[in-house]
Design a protein around this ligand. Structure first.
Ligand SMILES: NC(=O)c1ccc[n+]([C@@H]2O[C@H](COP(=O)([O-])OP(=O)(O)OC[C@H]3O[C@@H](n4cnc5c(N)ncnc54)[C@H](O)[C@@H]3O)[C@@H](O)[C@H]2O)c1
Ligand SMILES: [Fe+2]
Length: 382
């Protein structure tokens, strides 16, 4: 690791972590004089028992939440516009995101849009749009209900264009939540498929962040510890969930999002086009590609894989052992080992390779990745 210039390191917001912490929401709002929040969630979460309990708890404290849940699983710009209309029409004073990464990303993009009314993609970080995020933003609170994206502690939202489905990143430190209530009890009833897919997203964040080019020992430490927590708990959280496994997964997913300020890599670039082209769940797309991407990264980075192998408590501290572990883990949590099993066809590979090359994640990969590499990786994983 060489520190060849000055780097910026950021750490997130206040986190209230623990079983029952979501019950503190009402008192927190009252303390901050907020009584008219917009709650952004998805249609499915809005019907769950814990969600209704949270909203009822607010009502009892005379806090009148407006609920907006009309969003897509890979969120679209029009979702954000509709959510902002809901904020405007009912005179809201705060935004609470409750849900998985999709709901939290829409909530964060609405936070941006409330006082920034140019075309949403003018603020696209990849074209330097973050400089236009200059106005105040509403008070923002996040409550994650999946253990995967870690979007609750993030400062970016991934939103796709309605027509092209190309994903854009809205980014600004202003989009960080003021407080996160991370309550593992809310994840107890997560279906096993979602637990598996979101958990593999968290593992991918931590592995890619650990390997990413930027020198950042703070995040490397966090990522390695989170890899260890996931290896102790993901299989259990999928097959025999208990509070301990759910808690470890929730904190590890949050750690992943803290760690990936360091960057992501080749696996996310392989995964993103699957979501934009075939609407594949983000975590599932990462899960299938992860062993192949790690195999690709191993040469030249053996010392880093040794550390990962140690965190996973593998007998052999080699990159091959790490790749084998990932295939076994996918099998044990019922995730397919091949892209063909999740709807990818040979004829998709050329366009997938173009999209992967254009993706924002791989420039931070420890090894450069060209179009031929992406093509080979998709063929290998097919
Ligand atoms: N902002 C970021 O840094 C970042 C990082 C990675 C991914 N993402 C985005 O996050 C999204 C994926 O998020 P996700 O993996 O959390 O999936 P998700 O938000 O789509 O949720 C998956 C499913 O689980 C359901 N669900 C959520 N919580 C539940 C609970 N407690 N019990 C039962 N069901 C529940 C949801 O209704 C949904 O059907 C993608 O849009 C991706 O682009 C964002
Ligand atoms: Fe991810």
């Amino acid at each position: 690791m060489t520190f060849d210039k000055t780097y910026q390191y950021n750490f997130p917001t206040t986190i209230r972590f623990g079983a029952g912490s979501s019950g503190e929401l009402g008192d927190y709002l009252l303390k901050n004089n907020l009584r008219q929040p917009l709650v952004v969630t998805d249609a499915n979460v809005s019907q769950l028992v814990f969600f209704k309990k949270i909203i009822d708890g607010l009502k009892k404290k005379n806090i009148h939440a407006e609920i907006f849940s009309d969003i897509h699983k890979n969120p679209l710009k029009s979702d954000v516009y509709k959510g902002t209309d809901a904020y405007d029409l009912s005179g809201r004073d705060a935004i609470i995101g409750i849900g998985g990464g999709a709901a939290l990303d829409v909530a964060r993009a609405v936070v941006l849009r409330v006082n920034h009314r140019e075309d949403l993609f003018k603020y696209d970080d990849l074209i330097g749009g973050d400089v236009y995020v200059t106005n105040e933003v509403p008070h923002f609170i996040t409550i994650p209900t999946t253990a995967g994206t870690g979007s609750e502690v993030g400062r970016s939202a991934i939103i796709a264009d309605d027509e092209t489905h190309q994903k854009k990143i809205l980014f600004s430190p202003k989009l960080l939540a003021k407080i996160v209530f991370a309550d593992p009890l809310l994840t107890m009833e997560l279906p096993s498929f979602i637990t598996a897919a979101t958990g593999m997203d968290a593992l991918t964040h931590n592995m890619e962040a650990y390997l990413a080019k930027m020198p950042h020992p703070l995040c490397e430490g966090i990522a390695v510890e989170a890899i260890s927590l996931i290896s102790q708990s993901l299989e259990k959280a999928v097959n025999q969930p208990d509070l301990e496994a759910r808690s470890k997964m929730l904190i590890a997913s949050l750690m992943g999002a803290v760690a990936f300020q360091k960057g992501l890599g080749v696996v996310h670039s392989l995964a993103h086009p699957l979501s934009s082209l075939l609407d594949t769940h983000h975590g599932l797309a990462n899960a299938v590609n992860l062993p192949y991407g790690m195999e690709f990264n191993s040469e030249g980075f053996e010392y880093k894989f040794r550390r990962i192998a140690r965190a996973l408590e593998l007998k052999e501290e080699t990159s091959q052992a790490v790749t084998q572990y990932l295939f076994h883990l996918n099998t044990s949590i019922h995730i397919p080992l091949h892209l063909r099993d999740i709807g990818v066809k040979p004829e998709h590979i050329e366009i997938l390779s173009d999209l992967a090359l254009a993706d924002f994640a791989h420039p931070n990969n420890p090894k450069p990745v060209n179009r031929e590499d992406f093509r080979n990786l998709y063929h290998k994983a097919l």
